[in-house]
Design a protein around this ligand. Structure first.
Ligand SMILES: Cc1cc2nc3c(=O)[nH]c(=O)nc-3n(C[C@H](O)[C@H](O)[C@H](O)COP(=O)(O)O)c2cc1C
Length: 346
């Protein structure tokens, strides 16, 4: 177990370092958001000052439909990053997720690097574990522990088969997981959200997950951070590097995944993420059916600097979202969702 923990924390360091210093965005796959544009309304018939960005998610009200997506924890640097994200989320009234807590389940000594309630008492906060852990000894006890460890409102179980397959130390037994996720959904006292990590959720997978009782889905589609690229930077051998390169353009672009999931589950709470970078991207994602939008990579860099940097980045996203809604005459998120002013241009 101790050796496992050490290699976990080494991997965490490498992931952070690579994501902070290298360009690991998809090269050839885009989100698909560029294929849509809003039709400008010269007479929007709304007061920009009264546009309402609030969203209700898992029993909490957000002041804007934004999630600082799960990224990190387990090492000292991650503690600072999580706290900077959390302080900003608290100030802005938005949601946040911490990175996979497996390392803290195995070594409770690092649990503090995930804990942010003391700086963010009111936010919608997501705990995080890899679903595949349910095939490697984890069950309801570990899921409860992850939630209680950080006083979370909900648990994200991430689905990352390709990421595991591209890691030399990856855990690749994904057999029978659906039934195990179902048990967790039944027995955990908080909602369970299933999420990819950057290759998207298909219609079939969405349907299966909704059938077994997940409360929400986060598409984490292709077009933003590419774990294939991250693993290519970690590669210690040509074989490892070539394996990752073969999957450079793998994945369901964020827009396609959003549409697939909405077809499968018209009413599920749906988070869009994967390559969302601006307030216009967020507005498009909502108009395409998302209830909220998650952003990871750009905020990792900001959070590595300071809380103020995160605030600056997210405030810009919120200002652009508000201005976009003004220019298409959407007074609130429901009107944005139902907007007739989003057109496909390609
Ligand atoms: C450094 C880093 C670490 C991540 N770790 C996790 C994780 O532990 N659990 C998870 O569900 N997603 C994780 N993700 C995936 C993000 O939450 C997000 O779904 C993905 O990066 C796509 O968003 P982006 O294009 O805005 O980066 C991580 C992303 C980054 C950049």
């Amino acid at each position: 177990m101790r050796k496992e923990t050490e290699s976990n924390s080494k991997r965490k360091h490498e992931h952070l370092h690579i994501n902070l210093t290298k360009d690991v965005q998809f090269e050839s796959v885009t989100t698909g958001l560029e294929n849509f544009r809003f039709i400008h309304q010269a007479l929007p018939e709304v007061d920009a000052g009264s546009i309402d960005l609030s969203a209700s998610l898992f029993g909490k009200t957000l002041r804007a439909p934004l999630l600082l997506s799960p990224m990190t924890g387990g090492v000292k640097q991650a503690q600072r990053i999580n706290r900077n994200l959390a302080r900003a989320a608290q100030k802005l009234g938005i949601a946040m997720g911490v990175g996979s807590q497996r390392t803290a389940i195995e070594n409770p000594g690092v649990a503090d690097t995930f804990r942010v309630r003391n700086v963010a008492p009111d936010i919608l906060l997501f705990a995080n574990l890899g679903a595949v852990q349910l095939n490697y000894g984890y069950g309801i006890k570990e899921c409860r522990r992850a939630v209680e460890m950080i006083e979370a409102d909900a648990l994200i179980l991430h689905l990352n088969p390709l990421q595991e397959a591209l890691q030399p130390e990856g855990q690749t037994d994904f057999s029978g997981l659906l039934r195990k996720i179902e048990l967790i959904c039944r027995r955990l006292p908080v909602p369970v959200v299933a999420k990819e990590v950057g290759w998207g959720i298909s219609e079939t997978v969405a349907r299966n997950l909704v059938d077994i009782g997940v409360a929400g889905l986060d598409v984490a589609g292709a077009g933003g951070t590419s774990w294939g690229e991250v693993e290519r930077h970690r590669a210690r051998s040509d074989n490892h590097s070539r394996l990752a390169k073969n999957f450079a353009s793998w994945g369901i672009p964020t827009v396609e995944s959003l549409r697939m999931v909405r077809r499968a589950a018209p009413d599920i709470t749906l988070i869009a993420s994967g390559g969302l970078r601006t307030g216009i991207d967020v507005a498009k994602a909502v108009a395409l059916g998302a209830d909220a939008a998650g952003i990871a990579a750009p905020l990792l860099r900001a959070a590595n600097i300071s809380t103020e940097s995160v605030l600056e980045s997210v405030n810009e996203i919120i200002a652009v979202l508000r201005t976009t809604m003004f220019c298409i005459g959407a007074a609130n998120l429901k009107e944005l969702k139902d907007s007739p002013h989003l057109e496909k241009i390609k």
